[in-house]
Design a protein around this ligand. Sequence first.
Ligand SMILES: [Zn+2]
Length: 344
Amino acid sequence: MSTAHFKSCTFAAGCAESALSYSEYCWSHLVDSERWLTVLVDALKDMPADPVALNLKKVEARGLDFSHLNLRGSSFSQAHLSDTLFVGSDLGSADMIGARFHGCDFVGGDMKNSNFTRAALNHCSFSYADLRGAYFVEAQFKEVDLMGAILYDAVLWNSDLSGAKHLKKRNFIDPDDPHKCALSETNTILAYESYRLLKHHLYDKGLYEDGSWAAYRELTMERRHFFKTRDARYFPSLMMDLVSGYTEKPNRVILSAFLIVLAFGVAYYLLNVPVPSADMARATRTGFLECFYFSFITFTTVGYGDLIPRPVAGFQLLACVEAFSGPFMAGLYVFTLTRRYAAS
Ligand SMILES: [Zn+2]
């Protein structure tokens, strides 16, 4: 976050900080902070409707009112503000790094791409605030109301969500495209860890459907990381996603089982594998429906024995592979169902 647009502090002995708005000095070198606060409060009363980027770095104050102001790109970094109002304010790309907000009201505010890294948020309300693309790296949510807040594309890495209220999957939907529902996935490792945090939070709150979404995204991020780093674990991961949606999607298991039976049926037909056990010497091709039936009976390990693979090693091995996959898929299905419903 650049603060280059703020004037430098003019402290005689030299100072690397930027001067506060309406002052020549930074907070540390301010002589009369009470007086300066009066100047600030007066200025806030007739603040123009035009955008104003304020520098309030390290300021300690309470009860200020910044409601409905356009303060894009302002700096509140390391500020310590209590009971301050930001209702409907535009705080896009604001610098809130290391700030401490206690009992502050950000209801309906626009804080797109704001940086709340290591911010301590106590008893704040972000209801219906737009926090798209905001950074909450190592931020602490203590009794923070997030009802209806938009957190699409936000970064929650290493944040403490234990005190976040009304946090749901719904918070992460992109208002511009309701099909998109995600945290920031630019950095796959950070996204992976953030989804895991979110998953635990949602499960703790008893939101199993929402937690399942986070769990699925978590493992999808892990797979993307495997792909980037050319890790061989990418393939089993991809397999688990396709077959069961990382054990979060039971319907995928049913579909996969059907596709396995179908694929083996086609293979049996093309290779002319099954033959009636009563007529081992038969040279003619077994029909496709019979091959599909043979595939199904093999998959379910029923094995009536009316059709058997021709006594060729490769054909028998093929049937063995399918016979092994059947119980595996059945087990996987029971597992996904259990995860899905036993928890809720
Ligand atoms: Zn200074």
